[in-house]
Ligand binder design. Structure first.
Ligand code: SF4
Ligand code: SF4
Length: 427
């Protein structure tokens, strides 16, 4: 783990209850881990807000709903932050927001009924992984520890922080639902010590004991990157190590991000599928960094054209996500996805320093939160010696970038790791 510059400035804490109503939405069918959803609408169809427009395809997949009333104008390839191009349902929107009503008899819903609501709401892990949530809530082994992840350790991003400040009761109602489904013995609510406003609210809320969460406790963790990685968080709070190629449930744990908990609350209480989220717009190219509630599928280009985000400098680097794990975009012509916690706009290209020979200082080894040997990956990939990469557990790398960040020889270790992983996957 490394200590990185945080850039979580106070002005990031601006959010708005009012939604920006986009004129056009680009909704990729692949917004989650697993198979893309299958369209249920055709070009020319008129759709309502929250209407199911694409169905789940297979076990590891999820469905998709329209974030707005409007007409399907096309189903075609569009820019995708991860896949570059992917099939998307394109909707011209009508500016008529839907009113949602509170579901009755929430307490009487069984575990299966709750799981079914979550499944039909298209909820995915909103911390970035976008793994279908209902699948995660059906672990093949029993869970004794539920960990709620409010760490948001990526520099700049602050949408989870803002959500905890503004919507903590909703997050807790979502945790109550997860608790009812999984019945863990312990719940840890984890947050880093750089979020004082949320910590204050969390302490107050936990002390009121107004939620049916008898075993919840707050864990305020020192700010380190990547504290929010699932395996790191599990070790930080339970001292259990998730072995190579195993998953959190193998050690009796499950981790859910705070925004996912809030989406579960909205689905169960308000019958509202995952069609919008809080997003951080940050970086020195912006006039004012902020967090905003954005409908899924809204393009960055329209946000700029309508003056929702304003630039003081033309951004030289646009990143979907944070600077450590985010993905560079070539333009603003990209939509907000279910897993998009933020976008970073920088006024300068990141300086690529000259790569020097490895001095075998082992700083990359010390920094690696997964206990890997990053220098070995670079050495072997450069030499074309791919055979040992699997033995060195290259697939366990979470591409957090800590090794490259700390390397005094400026070796682009994640670049070599990505090449090595591709070789191991294809061989
Ligand atoms: S930190 Fe860089 S120079 Fe040091 S051992 Fe790792 S790869 Fe080599
Ligand atoms: S090897 Fe992978 S997991 Fe380890 S520090 Fe580097 S990028 Fe992160």
């Amino acid at each position: 783990m490394v200590k990185v510059e945080e850039y979580k400035l106070p002005q990031h804490n601006i959010s708005s209850e009012k939604f920006f109503q986009p004129t056009r939405l680009y909704l990729p069918l692949a917004q989650h881990t697993g198979k893309p959803s299958q369209p249920l609408v055709r070009k020319g169809d008129y759709v309502e807000e929250a209407q199911l427009i694409a169905s789940q395809d297979g076990l590891i997949s999820t469905c998709l709903h329209s974030p707005s009333k409007g007409r399907v104008v096309d189903i075609d390839e569009f820019n995708h932050p991860v896949l570059k191009r992917a099939k998307a349902i394109i909707i011209e929107c009508d500016n008529q927001p839907k009113n949602y009503s509170l579901r009755k008899d929430i307490d009487s819903l069984s575990k299966l009924e709750l799981l079914d609501i979550i499944k039909k709401s298209g909820i995915v892990g909103m911390g970035g992984a976008a793994f279908p949530t209902y699948v995660k809530l059906l672990p093949p082994k029993s869970i004794d520890t539920l960990i709620i992840n409010g760490c948001e350790c990526e520099p700049y991003l602050a949408s989870d922080y803002r959500l905890m400040v503004e919507k903590l009761e909703g997050i807790f109602k979502g945790i109550e639902i997860i608790y009812k489904i999984l019945e863990p013995k312990t719940i840890f609510f984890c947050i880093e010590d750089n979020k004082p406003e949320a910590i204050k609210k969390l302490n107050l809320l936990i002390n009121t004991k107004k939620f049916k969460l008898p075993f919840i406790s707050l864990r305020v963790l020192k700010t380190f990157y990547p504290q929010g990685g699932e395996k790191q968080l599990i070790y930080s709070v339970t001292k259990r190590r998730v072995p190579s190629s195993k998953l959190p449930f193998d050690v009796g744990c499950l981790v859910h991000n705070v925004a996912t908990c809030f989406a579960i609350y909205e689905a169960v209480y308000w019958d509202k599928p995952l069609i919008e989220r809080l997003v951080s717009f940050v970086g020195d190219a912006l006039v004012s960094p902020k967090n905003l509630w954005i409908k899924i599928g809204t393009s960055l280009k329209e946000l700029k054209e309508k003056g929702i985000i304003n630039f003081k400098f033309e951004p030289k680097k646009i990143i979907c996500g944070g600077p450590m794990m985010g993905i560079a975009l070539e333009s603003l012509d990209y939509p907000v996805l279910k897993g998009s916690g933020g976008f970073l706009f920088l006024s300068k290209e990141v300086d690529l320093k000259e790569e020097l020979p490895c001095i075998r200082c082992a700083r990359c080894v010390d920094a690696c939160p997964m206990g890997l040997l990053p220098l070995e990956y670079a050495k072997r990939v450069k030499a074309g010696d791919y055979d040992k990469l699997q033995e060195f557990n290259i697939k366990d790398c979470i591409e957090c970038g800590c090794c490259a960040y700390i390397c005094p020889s400026n070796i682009p270790l994640v670049h070599y790791i990505k090449i090595g992983k591709r070789y191991v996957t294809n061989s």
